[in-house]
Design a protein around this ligand. Structure first.
Ligand code: UGB
Length: 620
């Protein structure tokens, strides 16, 4: 085969044979199938080079053998460790404590780099495209990626930036998501973001393993093809290192970076407050968390103390490992609620992670960002010698505290906020979502993601005194949610809960019925001293220079309602409804020579109203 494959490929093939992978080459026949042999070696080289340890594929198969031996022996990886509640803050929106942390973190917003992990295919959701292209809600049909970028741009425009840089966004993609993510960005001109500040980092797959000896799996129908599988979101740390992204951000003057998931429309309401907690507690890693119900299928953030070495680690313990750990140590009843609170004492991990950038970059230099791996084979026999199908090693981004050293191990904590304010992912298809809701857990479908977004804004508005009626509960695709009032406030108008007080200054003079729709777009400043809304109102607040004060606005029209929809685009079918926009009042604010525009008295039905004078620049 000397003529067919390159020198370095031959060297790798020899090493693999010594590693017990002779089966990968057993079908080769000299002088035949040169093209297929080349393609197979290209895949093996790629797997070899992309694995972030020095011996590449050989390190991978060694790790696989070690972890599979532990799994076969049924050893508990947490043996010897005892859990307790870690340091952190539990906060509620609308309390002085939340406001204090938000004020402390507010000035740090302009020092954050954003990291979106979007390499997952979303198999549980069963959507044909990429998840970040899905609309967050049906009122404005803003997709997730646009929503994230709008948030970053709004923070940048309102809070300024450090030095000469812009607030950057890094997106981890995979073979499954790269092309569509890139095309979505290009088609939409990066949603207004300067493309210089968007970095796409591609994670590579790893080889599937077919037995306890770490044998690399071949595709069933073609021995020249290597079966490959995703390695998990833990790859994001080695990519932040190998692409130089984390170091570049630190050099540009940023101080924090936040990691977030592909479909969570609530993730950023708590960013300033979390930054406040990170700053006050001097944390290197801060997990945004939710109060966790015992046995809920989310991991628990625990402080683990080793009985022998007294070593301490604050880390996520996955829910399936938590119950046995608690039974073996501090709680004979296992994973149960604290009677006084009705919740598990351990905060629930939602995988939104805030890092202090300096320590992060220092640690990446030492560890290259390589996370500890785990393996989860499904065995076909009791002796655990045969797998039902090939398995692979995986790693998770929340396992980062395992690679911390020295005092940094003590600087890990959490910020817990109720889930309705910070976590509503879209992960399940309609059948799984309905089953989840029937069993008492959150459905995590497109309809719930949408309703939770409206309800979170309504909750913030109520916390500043506004009188909002609760909307009707409706059922679509067997999932039931409160559907109103439907309120969308673009981050350019209000980004953090603390911004709402000034916007809805009238407090209880803001009255909105449960079936109403209120949409505030743009980047302008608006102040409502009084608003009565029964219908649909869309206000384009204009650009940064616009300032409009509504003293007494009364809107009464037929508004918008859901109508069941079994057909249409995939994102509509996932919800089971579409919006009938029957009648809308629309106001377009513009800039009035530096003076706030006073709306004064005004009663509007379903017409389009434009305060004239002063052209407004497009916010983007
Ligand atoms: N992701 C990648 O970018 N690459 C990958 O290889 C895999 C995923 P899932 P998961 O939210 O309740 C996590 O699949 O892994 C991205 C936590 O581990 O939606 O099952 C993917 O695109 C768990 O502790 O979640 O579980 C997405 O953006 C709990 O917090 C993100 O990673 C759980 O999320 C999450 O991927 C949860």
């Amino acid at each position: 085969f000397v003529k067919t494959i390159a020198k370095d490929e031959m060297a790798l093939a020899k090493k693999l044979v010594d590693d017990g992978q002779g089966h990968l080459f057993a079908h080769w026949k000299n002088g035949k199938d040169a093209k297929k042999i080349k393609a197979q070696m290209a895949t093996l080289m790629q797997l070899h080079k992309s694995y972030p340890l020095p011996d590449g594929l050989l390190s991978y198969t060694k790790n696989a053998r070690d972890l599979l031996a532990v799994s076969k022996a049924g050893k508990n990886p947490l043996e010897g460790w005892s859990p307790s509640v870690p340091q952190g803050e539990s906060l509620a929106v609308g309390t002085p404590e939340f406001d204090d942390f938000e004020s402390l973190g507010g000035p740090l917003l302009s020092k954050v780099g954003f990291v979106l992990v979007a390499g997952g295919l979303g198999e549980r959701l069963g959507y044909g495209g990429i998840k970040v292209e899905l609309p967050t809600e049906s009122c404005t049909e803003t997709c997730y990626l646009q929503y994230y970028i709008e948030t970053i741009l709004s923070i940048q425009q309102k809070h300024g930036v450090v030095g000469k840089t812009h607030l950057p966004l890094a997106i981890m993609v995979s073979d499954d998501t790269y092309e569509k993510t890139n095309a979505l960005l290009k088609r939409n001109k990066f949603f207004g973001m300067d493309k210089k500040y968007v970095t796409l980092m591609k994670q590579e797959k790893v080889a599937a393993i077919s037995d306890n000896d770490g044998k690399i799996a071949q595709a069933e129908d073609d021995p020249y093809k290597i079966e490959c599988k995703p390695h998990g979101h833990g790859d994001v740390h080695s990519l932040m290192h190998s692409t130089g992204t984390a170091a570049r951000w630190l050099n540009a003057g940023l101080e924090y970076c936040v990691f977030f998931q592909d479909t969570n429309g609530l993730g950023f309401h708590t960013l300033a407050a979390s930054l406040g907690v990170s700053s006050k507690l001097n944390l290197v890693m801060n997990s945004l968390a939710i109060p966790r119900k015992a046995k809920q299928a989310v991991g628990a953030v625990c402080q683990l103390t080793n009985g022998e070495t007294k070593e301490e680690r604050t880390i996520n313990v996955e829910y399936n490992q938590l119950d046995p750990l608690l039974r073996a140590t501090v709680s004979p009843d296992g994973d149960v609620n604290d009677k006084s609170t009705g919740f598990s004492p351990y905060p629930g991990n939602i995988n939104q992670l805030l890092f202090s950038l300096k320590e992060y970059v220092d640690n990446l230099k030492e560890t290259s960002g390589v996370m500890a791996e785990f393996v989860n084979p499904k065995y076909a026999d009791v002796a655990k010698t045969v797998f039902k199908k090939p398995t692979r090693l995986e790693c998770m981004m929340q396992d980062y505290p395992m690679v911390l050293k020295g005092d940094d191990t003590k600087r890990v904590g959490f910020t817990s906020v109720s889930a309705d304010m910070c976590f509503s992912p879209v992960k399940n298809d309609t059948t799984a979502g309905a089953a989840a809701q029937a069993s008492g857990t959150h459905p995590a479908v497109a309809f719930s993601g949408e309703s939770d977004q409206y309800n979170a804004i309504a909750k913030i508005m109520r916390s500043v005194g506004c009188k909002l009626q609760a909307g009707e509960k409706k059922t679509f695709n067997s999932v039931t949610m409160v559907t109103g009032p439907k309120i969308v406030v673009k981050p350019g108008v209000c980004c953090q809960p603390g911004d709402y007080k000034a916007t809805f200054a009238g407090g209880d003079k803001i009255k909105i019925t449960g079936g109403s729709v209120l949409i505030l777009k743009g980047m302008g400043k608006v102040v409502f001293n009084s608003l009565k809304l029964n219908g649909a109102l869309v206000i384009n607040t204009g650009g940064l220079k616009s300032e409009t004060v509504f003293d007494n606005l009364v809107i009464e029209n037929k508004g918008w309602t859901e109508v069941p929809a079994a057909d249409g685009p995939e994102w509509v079918k996932m919800r089971g409804y579409t919006l009938d926009k029957t009648e809308t009042a629309e106001i377009i604010c513009s800039h009035h020579a530096g003076k706030p525009y006073k709306w004064g008295e005004g009663s509007v039905g379903g017409t389009v109203v434009e305060p004239v004078e002063g052209a407004e620049e497009d916010p983007k």
